[in-house]
Structure formats: C-alpha cells, structure tokens
Design a protein around this ligand. Structure first.
Ligand code: GCB
Length: 594
C-alpha cells in the first residue's frame, strides 16, 4: 500500500520510531538457494555489513556482484508499542527486496530509491528479540527501471547498465520500525497558493480507522491559525488562510509548522507535524516564475555517490554538498537520476534551494519487446506515485522530472528511427506518465529531460523544455566554438517551435583534476572551464533560457567502459572527494560574482 509511505516516521507523544541502522549480518547467495535452505530463520557463515550502505562499495570482491544477498538484524521492540500499528519502512532497497520477520514473510517490493512499508504487527514477539531478514538483488534487466542488459543498448559497459552511474546495490538507506496509533493520519497533502497578501493552503488529511474530526494548525511569524476539519470517509480538507503571508523563496525560505491532530484536540488520537512553505510555481513564454516573479535556475545535476558510501548518503555529506553548492552561488539542483535521501529535501526547504525531483526513469525507451515495455510502464507508474507521496509537501520541489533522456528507440546508435507508427505508439506510452503526474499534482511544473537527437515532438507535453547537451564533447570533440554554435542554433529552433522557457539540464566535459594545458584541450581543467563558459554565454544571449544546470556537481563512479576513464564520470566541477576544479572557481565568479 504505497499510501503508507506518504508521511515520514516521526517521534512524538503518540508515534514512535526505532532506527535499525548499524552492523547487520550479510550473506551472498549467488545460487539463489537461500529460500530453500530457510535463510530467513537466521544466517550462518556470514560477514558483517553496514546498513545503510551499498555492498559493492564495502566489499571489493563484490564490486560487480548484483545477484541475491541476505541481510539480518535482531531487535527488541518496546512493549509500550503493544496494541499499536507497527510498520517496517525500508528507505531504499535496490532493486527488489523480500522481508521476513521471525521467519514469517511480510512483504515484497520492487524498485529502487523509493521507500516502502509493511504492516508487521502480527509477526512481532514481545519481551524477546525479533529477527528481521531481508533478501535483496539488483539484477539488470530491460523489464526494470532503470534499464539494463538491453540488447543494442547504447552503453557498452560492465556491469551492463543502460546508464552510466554505477549500479550500487542493497540497503542504500536506513531501515526503521515505527508505531502508529490504531486510528491514524495516513497522509497529509499541502497545496499552497496565495492571493494578494493572503496565503491560501489546502490541507488534505487522509486517515485510517474511525475518526470524524481533526484540527489543522499552522504556526509561523509568531501566530497560530487553527482550522477544524470534518473527516468523512477517511478524508477531510482544511482551507487555511494566512494573513500577511511570508512566501517561500530562495532569498527567504520561510517555513511554517503545520500540525494535524486527529480527534479531540485536547486528547488527540494521532498527531503529525511537518514544515511547509507557501509559494507558487508557474511559467510565462520565456521564464519560470516563483511567486509570479522570474527565477533563473543556477546549479547542477547531482548524484548520490561517494567513496565507500556508494549510493548511500550521510548527513555530513549532504551538509557538505549544500555548503559547496552555496559556495558556487547555485540556487537549485536536479535529483539526477532518482529521488534522493529525504534529508536533501528537508535541507533544501530550509536553505532555499529549488529542486527538480526526478523519478528513477533513466535509460528508458518506449519501443521494442512489448512485454518488457509493459513491465517498465508498470514500475514507472509506481515510481511516480511513490515519489509524489514521499516528496509532495516540500516547497523546495518546484518541478517533477518524469524521466531522464527517454527515447522512442532502443539505443542512441540506432539512428535508423522506428516507423511512423512505432513513433506514435512510443509517444502515446510516454504521454501516459505525464497524464499520471499531472493528475496527481497541479501545483508544480512537469518536465522531462531530452536527449541529444531524441524525439523533439515530446516537448509539447512539458512546461519547460529541458535538454542535456554535449556538443563540443561527444560531437565535434575538441571544438568548444562549434559546440556552442550548435547549441545556440538548436535553442533558437526549439523556442521558435514551442514558445516555452528552455533550460539546459546537463552540459559539461570530463576533466581530470590537475590536468592542465595552456591552450584548452579535452580532459584538462581549462577545457572544462571554457566549455562551461561558452554554454553559459550562449544561454545569456537568449531571454527564453530560464536555467543552466552543469553536469555534474562532483565526479562519480560508473560501470567500466571505454568512455569512462578509471571507472568514473569526471564531469564533476568538484572531484569525488569534493575538491574544486578550475570550473568550480569559475562558476563561483559568475554565479556569485566572487
Ligand atoms: C547524459 C546522462 C548522464 C550522463 C551524461 C554523460 O546525458 O543523462 O547520466 O552521465 O550524459 O556524462 O555522458
């Protein structure tokens, strides 16, 4: 039931959280015999792994291993949780996970970088330790998203992912147990707006169990506004008016505290609080507008990637990355190519960063084997719902990105384009994702990121035209001037055709830190700097360009391939260990004027 992931577990008087982060038991099961041999009753002959963490980054002998593994931990559960709803929440199991508690199966989930939760109240043992066992694998397949092992896929790499970032696997994020009262708030959706100086919030409250009323309280600017809500059929809406509203924006990321209590306010059955901001996002023909005023997106496509941590994150790293982004003068980033650890969004809300929230839809194509396409569409539908549920209340998220570089053909290399009929079918399939996300959210912009030489027509679906471009790198290598020229002409063409604001969501050059040349040459710091400068100059000459995101914030690990020196994508303006290259200093000079 995806709805159960909507509200992040919190600790208060009526809710509890038990974080299971720590050292877990771990065992490889390459022959997939674990279920026959009842590994779910307990692992023997195992090693120790950190959860959260990626197994490929912790064990060198398992760097490229993507098949089955087993995790185990044991925990007491406080007896004060008795007679409550009890859930397990896994914040990221890449790619599939099956869970047993005390030897009993509790659930199965497919999909990476989105949380899932299962009700486990009836398998718990009180006053003794509980055994939690999770089986995970991350096999690459054309039926999965992101895609892998694609016949005729564009990237010849090992492992054979159909994208360049390394397929880090396992319990990349934390696993927690949490308790909720019998009658509880299952979901809260905040839809912000304003008129004149009055903030207008629609707060939609969804509940489980028997409740007839709730109270929504908004506090901020030293005031408290309370609105009673009638709950009917487990749903109610509060229309909140905030006089003299302080709007959320990067210069003043003001947050209000929203609190919902269920039942009598003096003796609530459940309470949930979250921070939220009031802001609107829209476009005119040339710009993105935040609260009706043009904003220019300066920033990066990022990745969750760090030595030893793999795809798992740490709060120190998140803080560090935000500090470095601020140092360059960036005001935004895209969660390329999957939803990130939730602390990124909390911090962005507080620090005033604007986020383009992206699904795990990368390496997608809308042609080929129809059973595989159907499977990809099913998981994409799930991703859109799960991402929306998890991230929808963050004012920092101003746009949803449905997919990165989706294509109507299998591979870039296959330029002999599919038939007209195939193209139309592919477009109709792709459009379904847009329809879904638009039906969920009418408070944000919706876009996707277009690939070089990809289908142009699909831009009619988007609010903002976003393109990833490497003219002067993958094409006309070594000629920045030619690359910038091509970009300039292409942007003009796109704007003429669609009359929508445009942004370049990726542009950059692989750069080996400390590699220099008097006359810029590919892979040197000078070339990266000049490449970025040329692209920014093109953008500056066009009033319909509404943002520029450099690829990438930092160098990151990839599968091995001919175009990835040392197994890294080196387009970071910071190295993988976060030291600035010349381009980072250059960006600071332009974006910050320092
Ligand atoms: C792209 C992809 C990104 C790659 C990048 C590159 O277009 O979206 O995932 O890392 O190109 O450097 O080739």
């Amino acid at each position: 039931k995806p709805k159960d992931i909507a509200l992040a577990p919190i600790q208060n008087n009526v809710r509890n959280v038990l974080d299971l982060s720590g050292m877990w038991k771990f065992k490889k099961d390459s022959a997939n015999i674990g279920e026959q041999q009842a590994y779910y009753n307990g692992l023997t002959n195992c090693r120790t792994i950190s959860v959260p963490g990626s197994w490929n980054a912790q064990f060198d002998d398992m760097r490229d291993y993507l098949d089955w593994v087993w995790y185990e931990t044991d925990t007491y559960i406080p007896s004060s949780w008795k007679d409550q709803n009890i859930f397990i929440r896994v914040n990221d199991a890449t790619y599939s996970a099956k869970i047993w508690i005390n030897g009993k199966p509790v659930g199965y989930h497919e999909g990476c970088h989105v949380p899932f939760a299962f009700d486990i109240a009836n398998v718990i043992k009180w006053d003794q330790s509980n055994k939690i066992v999770i089986k995970v694998e991350n096999q690459l397949s054309p039926s999965r998203v992101p895609t892998g092992n694609v016949k005729g896929g564009s990237l010849a790499s090992n492992p054979a992912a159909n994208y360049d970032f390394f397929p880090y696997s396992g319990l990349n994020r934390s696993v927690v147990l949490y308790s909720l009262p019998k009658t509880y708030i299952q979901d809260i959706t905040v839809k912000p707006n304003y008129e004149g100086t009055t903030g207008l919030l629609d707060v939609i409250v969804e509940t489980k169990g028997k409740a007839t009323k709730a109270t929504v309280t908004i506090s901020g600017q030293g005031k408290e506004i309370t609105v009673p809500v009638k709950i009917q059929n487990n749903k109610g809406i509060a229309k909140v008016k905030i006089p003299n509203v302080r709007l959320w924006c990067p210069e003043d990321p003001y947050l209000y505290m929203l609190s919902v209590s269920l039942g009598e306010k003096s003796n609530p059955k459940d309470i949930y609080s979250l921070k939220t901001g009031v802001r609107t996002v829209s476009t005119n023909a040339k710009q993105i507008l935040l609260n009706g005023k043009p904003v220019y997106l300066k920033g990066f496509g990022r990745h969750e990637d760090f030595p030893v941590l793999g795809r798992s994150s740490s709060n120190s790293l998140i803080v560090k990355d935000f500090e470095l982004m601020k140092w360059t003068g960036a005001n935004s980033f895209r969660t390329a190519h999957y939803p990130y650890d939730e602390e990124n969004y909390n911090l962005a809300d507080r620090e005033g960063f604007m986020i383009i929230g992206e699904t795990p839809g990368v390496g997608l194509y809308f042609s080929g084997d129809s059973a595989e396409l159907k499977a990809r569409q099913t998981i994409m539908k799930q991703y859109i719902e799960e991402m929306y549920l998890r991230d929808k209340n963050h004012p920092s998220v101003i746009m949803w990105c449905v997919a990165n570089e989706p294509n109507d053909k299998v591979a870039l290399g296959q330029m002999s384009a599919s038939s007209k009929e195939d193209k139309a079918k592919a477009e109709a399939e792709f459009e379904k994702l847009f329809t879904q996300i638009r039906s969920l959210d009418d408070t944000r912009l919706i876009m996707y990121v277009g690939v070089m030489m990809g289908p142009i027509n699909w831009f009619k679906l988007t609010d903002v035209i976003a393109i990833n471009r490497y003219w002067g790198w993958y094409t006309s290598p070594g000629s920045i001037e030619q690359g910038a020229n091509t970009l300039s002409k292409e942007l003009d063409r796109l704007y003429r055709k669609f009359k929508k604001p445009c942004m370049v969501t990726e542009f950059g050059a692989d750069t080996y830190a400390g590699f220099n040349a008097v006359t810029p040459e590919m892979f040197t710091e000078e070339y990266q700097k000049e490449f970025i400068k040329a692209y920014l100059d093109v953008a500056d000459s066009k009033d319909f360009v509404t943002g520029m995101h450099v690829w990438n914030f930092a160098d990151f690990k990839t599968s091995q391939s001919m175009i990835r020196f040392g197994g890294y994508n080196l387009k970071g303006v910071f190295t993988r260990d976060r030291r600035p290259k010349m381009a980072a200093h250059y960006l600071r000079s332009v974006w910050k004027g320092q």
